[in-house]
Ligand binder design. Structure first.
Ligand code: ZN
Length: 280
């Protein structure tokens, strides 16, 4: 098995300070949380920006401040979200303008879905534009899979030349409206990925840890953090993102699987893009 890559999803676009007062919101707080996660064993930081009132934001200056502050502190790989879910209504190009900051990775959700009472819209036309922009900025798409059909959509997009192998998948189980978080479902998703794919396992709420552990045992990689889950254990809120990262690093180490550094993660994922990104 490759060494384990841990992605820290420190903020997201949904969790609030009411859910967990330790959630980082400002660029300074987000950068500090990422740095603490890097110290705890994370090699990728998955980033969403928020505005001053804590709402999701596409403001490029805010992203710039977050990215600069992180790059001043450590060499963690940077993965910027391109989600439109829960964003204020506006120009769709606001979803990719921040990619000019040259992240190592950018999320790419290959389909639309109802999430609870709202819709996460990623039309075929939008996906063509987004895939083109991700290529233009030399980021690798992290293909976020919320349900089985999105694997099929990935293959359709690849046939049209919009994305290319080897793919990197983030399998997110347990989203309200997506595939439920069960061990059988994770096995099923992984068995249906194209060969040579790399994959991460993530899940929402109380399913985060069991799905992460399964991912470690199956040879995949993992995503943890307050974006997906605010608890450390039943009825006990997490003290920080780093606390969640550190637990996974310890479990993996005890299981016999070492943790990848950012440079090792870069090799495992085949990233030779944006190596000089700190000067961008
Ligand atoms: Zn996210």
């Amino acid at each position: 098995m490759d060494k384990l890559i841990i992605t820290a999803a420190v903020t997201g676009g949904v969790t609030t300070r009411n859910d967990n007062e330790n959630l980082p919101i400002t660029p300074k707080e987000i950068a500090q949380a990422v740095y603490d996660c890097w110290n705890a064993g994370a090699s990728i930081a998955h980033i969403h920006a928020r505005n001053i009132t804590g709402e999701p934001s596409t403001n490029v200056d805010t992203y710039q401040e977050i990215v600069s502050r992180i790059r001043e502190k450590c060499n963690i790989l940077i993965n910027l979200t391109t989600t439109g879910w829960k964003l204020p209504k506006g120009e769709e190009n606001a979803r990719w303008e921040h990619l000019k900051l040259r992240p190592d990775l950018a999320t790419f959700t290959p389909g639309s879905m109802n999430r609870g009472e709202s819709i996460n819209i990623n039309s075929p036309d939008f996906l063509k534009k987004l895939a083109t922009k991700i290529k233009e900025y030399n980021a690798k798409p992290e293909i976020e899979i919320f349900d089985y059909g999105m694997i099929i959509q990935t293959l359709n997009l690849a046939r049209n030349g919009l994305i290319s192998e080897p793919f990197l998948f983030q399998l997110v189980l347990g989203v309200n409206g997506g595939i439920s978080a069960s061990h059988k479902n994770l096995i099923n998703l992984v068995e249906n990925l194209p060969q040579n794919s790399t994959w991460f396992a993530a899940a929402i709420g109380k399913n985060q840890l069991p799905i992460n552990l399964q991912g470690i045992m199956m040879g995949g990689h993992v995503r943890t953090g307050l974006e997906d889950n605010v608890y450390y254990r039943y009825k006990e809120l997490a003290l920080s993102n780093a606390q969640l990262v550190e637990r996974l690093a310890n479990y993996s180490y005890d299981f016999g699987r070492d943790i990848a550094t950012p440079e090792e993660a870069r090799r495992i994922l085949g990233l030779n893009n944006n190596v000089l990104s700190s000067s961008a």
